[in-house]
Design a protein around this ligand. Structure first.
Ligand code: 9D3
Length: 232
């Protein structure tokens, strides 16, 4: 079983979302265990303070190192990267990370392992967390989020659906490699005409060779229009 432990100042952000669809099924099947932990639970001061002002000045606040180190130590048994068990990854979701791809998700989707997700907030996280604790610093793309929580949900979903047994029969290595090289072709279902819009005749023809050709063509056209970078 893969264990995903999420460290966040907003644990409630996760509690409902992980209870739907593929992730819910995978949890019920014992394929993955997902727990959201409140970072404040590892503070030792009366007011449960998790952030402080940046050295050197500037706007915003920075997440303090102490509760993060304490949390990772409590969850993994190790307070620094060198001491982590071999199958344990500590992932910081941050705008400064390498960008999440299907290959990164596949790296993290190991059945007998532990992934700790650290969700940054405010201006960021004390860099000593990155220097001494984090094994992977990951961004989900070039746009600005309010914090790491939404990114942690994206990463969790991408990982869980790759675990053996999490999906039905629709998964296969062939399908996945295709999905990374070209966008999917358009899909249609009934009715054959809706508000004057017709489903392409070829899809109703029953000619499977022609349908295959149409789908390859349509996928190529869509990729050229929406993701020309995939064709280079
Ligand atoms: C002023 C510089 N900004 C850094 C690029 C400030 C800043 C923006 C957003 C600091 C923190 C954040 C919060 N974002 C995340 O924690 C985050 C994130 C993201 O914003 N985009 C894509 N992936 C991720 S993963 C975590």
């Amino acid at each position: 079983m893969l264990r995903i432990d999420i460290i966040t100042i907003f644990p409630e952000f996760f509690r409902d979302v992980i209870d739907f669809g593929i992730v819910k099924r995978a949890r019920a099947a014992g394929i993955v265990e997902i727990t959201a932990h409140d970072l404040r639970g590892w503070t030792t001061d009366k007011h449960h303070i998790v952030d402080d002002r940046p050295f050197g000045g500037g706007d915003g606040m920075v997440l303090k190192p102490e509760p993060i180190f304490a949390g990772v130590e409590a969850l993994t048994g190790a307070g620094r990267r060198e001491d982590l068990p071999p199958q344990t990854r500590v992932v910081l979701l941050s705008p400064q990370g390498r960008v999440l791809t299907q290959a990164v998700a596949r790296e993290l989707a190991q059945p007998e392992s532990q992934v700790v997700l650290l969700c940054g907030r405010y201006e960021g996280v004390d860099e000593r967390v990155v220097e001494a604790l984090v094994t992977d610093e990951i961004s989900i793309g070039d746009y600005v989020l309010s914090g790491g929580e939404a990114a942690a949900l994206v990463l969790t979903d991408a990982i869980v659906r790759l675990l053996p047994g999490a999906l039905g029969s629709e998964t296969s290595a062939v399908f996945e490699s295709f999905s990374e090289s070209l966008l999917d072709c358009p899909h249609y279902t009934r009715p054959p005409e809706f508000r004057g819009m017709r489903v392409p005749d070829v899809l109703l023809s029953g000619n499977h060779a022609e349908i295959e050709r149409w789908r390859k063509d349509a996928a190529l056209l869509k990729t050229r229009r929406n993701r020309p970078d995939l064709l280079k």
